[in-house]
Design a protein around this ligand. Structure first.
Ligand code: GMT
Length: 373
């Protein structure tokens, strides 16, 4: 049993709906609730930083642009902000979420502070594309490898991401796997019968997908799976989120005349309310280091159809919480979806999805981070 002393901590993250920003914000809020003082540093107010807590602070990274700059030097502004906030608030640790460019900025800040005799520890949490897609690109790899070496602790959100990091970077230090987590006070199945009747008036099965509609999410596969399912049983599809591929998928819906059954909800804050009326979650991504969206669905008793790539099989247990398939195998995914949606199977899959998600409850994961700090 550990007992922790309250500490002053900085968290650097992206402020968007994306998983890394959500995990960082929820972690900061939970730490603040336990008495730690947490300073968020980002270019915008993190979307989930929506509560007042006397232990929570937000510092915006802002800078003046200059006509000479084709690309605004955000990383330099971020580094200077970290130096300033560490000194002003006597922070002991900076926890950066998503390596690019946050880890490099924190490492530079650490070196600047060291010249003044100020000690700063850096925890870098790898979330996925900072390693799997973007980070291993030659344009970034040397700086990411260096930043990992210079961090005091490196964590990854899945065992798969840890393996990918060793495979693609010249880094051989320790990487601790600390999975993402769920705050079950928020993510819980909530009775939403009225909403369900609006979406599925004839008790159709409800399929849901949430993402940033980037290519890596393979949203056209979501539509293909849905269409195969809807050809066999009455079903509706809800699409949550927005991004580059949305327009093309909307057009495809118009072309194949499924607009009456497919609803684009756009970006939504209260995803748990929508997940609460769902029967099945679809996440056919090309790569997914963890798949927080799938875990959030499971927490609301929604089984998952996913690919077997990256960290997804660690979260979605094949044949138990749903099914996993090879990337692009929409025929198998549709067949598996129909198996899950059979009346005699659905209740068991829902129960097992919920049970597995409990392993990731906030109360289990938070002490692992406190232990690091
Ligand atoms: O999707 C991204 O490009 C980055 C990142 C984000 O900010 O949403 O997502 C990653 O981090 C999440 C939280 O740890 C994981 O649940 C996602 O699986 C991971 N995305 C990918 O690996 C594509």
């Amino acid at each position: 049993m550990y007992s922790y002393i309250d500490m002053n901590l900085g968290i650097v993250c992206y402020p968007t709906f994306g998983g890394s920003g959500v995990v960082a914000t929820e972690l900061g809020k939970a730490l603040a609730d336990k008495g730690h003082v947490v300073h968020f540093i980002s270019y915008d107010q993190p979307v989930r930083l929506d509560v007042f807590n006397q232990n929570l602070y937000y510092h915006e990274v802002s800078f003046n642009n200059y006509p000479l700059f084709k690309y605004a030097p955000y990383e330099i502004a971020l580094t200077s902000k970290i130096v300033d906030i560490v000194k002003a608030h006597k922070l002991e640790v900076i926890h950066v979420h998503y390596a690019i460019p946050h880890a490099a900025a924190a490492v530079t800040a650490k070196h600047i502070l060291a010249r003044e005799g100020i000690k700063l520890k850096i925890v870098t949490t790898l979330h996925g594309t900072d390693i799997t897609l973007v980070g291993k690109d030659q344009s970034y790899e040397p700086v990411v490898s260096y930043s990992l070496h210079e961090s005091d602790v490196v964590t990854a959100v899945s065992a798969s991401l840890k393996r990918e990091t060793y495979a693609n970077f010249s880094y051989n230090g320790d990487i601790q796997v600390i999975p993402n987590f769920i705050d079950f006070h928020r993510f819980n199945k909530q009775p939403k019968d009225h909403f369900k009747k609006v979406i599925a008036p004839n008790n159709e099965k409800i399929l849901v997908h949430t993402s940033n509609f980037r290519k890596v999410k393979r949203v056209p596969d979501v539509l293909a799976i849905y269409r195969s399912v809807a050809a066999k049983i009455p079903a509706k599809l809800l699409l949550i989120g927005d991004g580059p591929d949305r327009a093309a998928v909307e057009e495809e819906c118009r072309n194949c005349e499924v607009c009456a059954d497919v609803t684009f909800l756009g970006k939504q804050e209260a995803v748990e309310e929508i997940l609460s009326i769902a029967d099945l979650f679809l996440i056919p991504s090309e790569t997914e280091s963890f798949g927080l969206a799938a875990l959030e669905a499971m927490a609301c008793e929604v089984p998952v159809i996913s690919t077997n790539t990256g960290g997804l099989p660690e979260v979605n247990i094949d044949g138990v919480t749903g099914y996993t398939s090879n990337i692009g195998d929409v025929h198998k995914m549709a067949a598996d979806a129909l198996t899950i949606l059979k009346d005699e199977n659905l209740a068991l899959f829902k129960k097992q999805a919920k049970e597995h998600s409990l392993k990731y409850k906030l109360e289990n994961i938070l002490p692992l981070y406190e232990q690091l700090y």
